[in-house]
Ligand binder design. Structure first.
Ligand SMILES: [Fe+2]
Length: 290
């Protein structure tokens, strides 16, 4: 079960990513969505429509910040100018926790703007955990790191990806945003058992789960977030909930975005899987106690 210190004690059920094509619908209809996730960097601006809309959303909904620009795997250290801007937005949104990707993205001040996978080495665990600790202390709220999708593996790897994720989270004392679609995508591209990954993750650290769709090509799967969630990903989700308890669940849909209703209907499917998982967990707990 997730420890409340990784979510600031806030329990959330199903949410979706706040996206520009849905702004007018949400403001006009005020749909009964559990919560919204925002991409922090889209709102780290001075004024304008994005912040106006955000302020109106914040009057009605809980908003959780998700970032794409922290790059905790950067060997050059953490970018304090970025953290200062991030903290300003945290004060506005009152996000209960804040997530970003377990990746690197810049060298000597030049940004790649990509979520690049980190080599799974002990040295990278040390450096990444150091960066995350600094960021978490500076931001003064629980941080969660997300596993990224990847399309190849480093020859230098000294452990599996799931061991690396667990080592970093323990060493930095941060939470985990477990993206079960990313696990599935990487498992096909890098040929591992995705269930082994889900079974290994430290359940008490999982603050949030991402579900999403992807695109399948001849040799690789690409993490495109432009399709409904497929059954093997739902099965990983179900097992993650069975292990971690009722974790906040967020559907990402970032390209070829359909209507608000379509996205929300897809997100709500998680509730059936979640209920089945929690029922099984209860039965297992009862059986263990008997
Ligand atoms: Fe994700």
């Amino acid at each position: 079960m997730t420890h409340p210190r990784f979510t600031g004690g806030v329990e959330l059920a199903t949410g979706i990513g706040l996206r520009v094509p849905h702004y007018n619908h949400i403001l006009a209809e005020k749909p009964a969505v559990g919560w919204f996730e925002i991409i922090s960097e889209n709102y780290m601006v001075e004024g304008g429509r994005a912040l106006e809309v955000l302020d109106r959303i914040l009057e009605q909904y809980r908003v959780v910040q998700h970032g794409v620009g922290m790059y905790p795997g950067d060997a050059g250290g953490i970018d304090f100018a970025h953290l200062r801007r991030l903290k300003k937005l945290v004060k506005r949104t009152k996000t209960p926790w804040l997530s970003d990707h377990l990746c690197w993205g810049s060298v000597d001040g030049s940004m790649s703007h990509d979520l690049l996978p980190i080599p799974f080495t002990f040295e990278a665990v040390r450096k990444t955990a150091e960066n995350l600790r600094i960021a978490q202390d500076f931001l003064e709220l629980p941080l969660a790191v997300e596993n990224v999708s990847s399309y190849g593996e480093f020859r230098d790897n000294e452990m599996t990806e799931w061991e690396f994720l667990a080592e970093v989270a323990e060493a930095a004392d941060v939470g985990i945003l477990l993206d079960v679609n990313n696990i599935f995508v990487s498992s096909i591209n890098n040929e591992f058992d995705p269930l082994e990954y889900v079974e290994f993750v430290p359940a008490d650290r999982v603050a949030q789960i991402h579900i999403a769709g992807h695109s399948r090509y001849e040799r690789f799967i690409v993490d495109t977030h432009d399709h409904p969630v497929i059954d093997p990903v739902w099965k990983l989700y179900e097992r993650a909930i069975e292990r971690c308890g009722p974790v906040a669940t967020l559907l990402e849909w970032d390209a070829r975005i359909p209507s608000f209703e379509e996205v929300w209907t897809e997100a709500k499917k998680s509730e059936g899987w979640r209920a089945a998982a929690l029922e099984r967990k209860q039965k297992n707990d009862d059986h263990a106690a008997a």
